[in-house]
Design a protein around this ligand. Sequence first.
Ligand code: NAP
Length: 263
Amino acid sequence: MMLKDKVAVIYGGGGAIGGAVAHAFASEGGKVFVTGRLLAPVEVVAKDIVSAGGSAEAAGVDALDEQAVDKHLQSVIDKAGRVDISFNAVGIPDTKILGVPLIELDVEQFSLPITTYTRSYFLTARLAARHMVPNKSGVIMTVTALHSRTGIPLVGGYGPAMAAKEALTRDLSAELAPQGIRVVGLRPQAMPETRTIKEAFEPRAKAWGMTWEQWQKFLASRTHARRLMTLEEMANMAVFMASDKASGMTGTIVNLSMGSLDD
Ligand SMILES: NC(=O)c1ccc[n+]([C@@H]2O[C@H](COP(=O)([O-])OP(=O)(O)OC[C@H]3O[C@@H](n4cnc5c(N)ncnc54)[C@H](OP(=O)(O)O)[C@@H]3O)[C@@H](O)[C@H]2O)c1
């Protein structure tokens, strides 16, 4: 068990990535505290984990609300004694941020992903780190996208938001690694089984005169493996990066683009 008795808090745990990571952490022995903006979706995730024999607790936590994150972390410490892993998988609906050319984009719509993603990641990382520093140990993680490193049309402020999260990952690591805390990100290619990707790409496929299936094949053709990554593969990498086996990695983003994006 790679994460035996490690205490993990997951933000955005009701989503595709957060849910998959919660399941994977628990199946490797982690004690998972799965949180989301709304309680109901994270309760489903926690129930499934417990039914499968794992350890999970659900809580409604708005990851943009400093007091809510702080209060929840304190409750985790009270119950489990410490926090070993913080994983921010928060995502805001792409329908609110994609699809408008930059020259026509309203400044509020442009700023929304930048302020939301950076605020949430900063808050969850900073508050977790305050509990990790006394233990001289911990792993802070998040997820970004290829948009951080390559130009893509009609994505508004999403690319700058992802680039900012990657910069913050490096900066957090530069300050926290000397105190035993690793900070790492995962940058997966689109995983077509997720609702987010279907919603983001289906209209674009349509505009190109392609079906959703043709679009997936097109994306897959740009990878070395000629296929797209599964949620399970991404979650397995999250387990490895959260585990002590990855003790040599910090201040970096793991490129999970299957060859479609060079570092
Ligand atoms: N899916 C992919 O293939 C893929 C690939 C690369 C990168 N990414 C990125 O990874 C992130 C997660 O993707 P996903 O597919 O898992 O998205 P998702 O299924 O939409 O999940 C995002 C989760 O974040 C929650 N959330 C939103 N605002 C929150 C807040 N203030 N506090 C707490 N939770 C909040 C959402 O809850 P509500 O529904 O209640 O708002 C939702 O459960 C996104 O940034 C996405 O762009 C995704």
